[in-house]
Design a protein around this ligand. Sequence first.
Ligand SMILES: [Fe+2]
Ligand SMILES: [Fe+2]
Length: 193
Amino acid sequence: MTIPPDLLLPDRTGLPAEIAYLRATWPAPTWRAHDNFGELAAFWLRVHAHLREQGEALQRIVSSFREHRADAESFQRLFVPRLNHFLQHLNGHHQIEDAAYFPKFRALDPRMIAGFDLLESDHAIIHDALTASIDTARALLAALPGDDDTRRHMTDRHAEAADRLHALLGRHLADEEDLVIPAMLEHGERSVG
Ligand SMILES: [Fe+2]
Ligand SMILES: [Fe+2]
């Protein structure tokens, strides 16, 4: 499907009602009290919460280095394992959604197709932002032993790429929840599990 430009992830401020067509019936504050809110829905929200936390922790680590509250050695020690863990978690999550879950949601109702095509296009956009974040992180790590100006420049470049990634991811996670959770409440999570 060709995605209308205003619905592409970088320009989107939320999903229109015709795509999130179950959102008004099952708004977020009602989710957890619904009889069909089960383990898969809870797990999905937990994974998203964990991705948000991992992203925020990384942004805090980069900020403390940028604002000279951490030295290069302690920055590197904290940053490298957390970045690797975050990247693996995010990649793994998107792969399982694209391969295993999204096809099942599309099969529930033809009206689901547009929304899940959109989420799949989000994954590709996030993947590109992720690559930019990894490239700038590598350049920053390589610049750590060097002079202050290069190090500052590389830190700024990485912070910019990481901010973009986390903004895109935040929008995507919220919109995905607006599609996935109401669909599980409406159809029962066994239909997609
Ligand atoms: Fe996703
Ligand atoms: Fe997700």
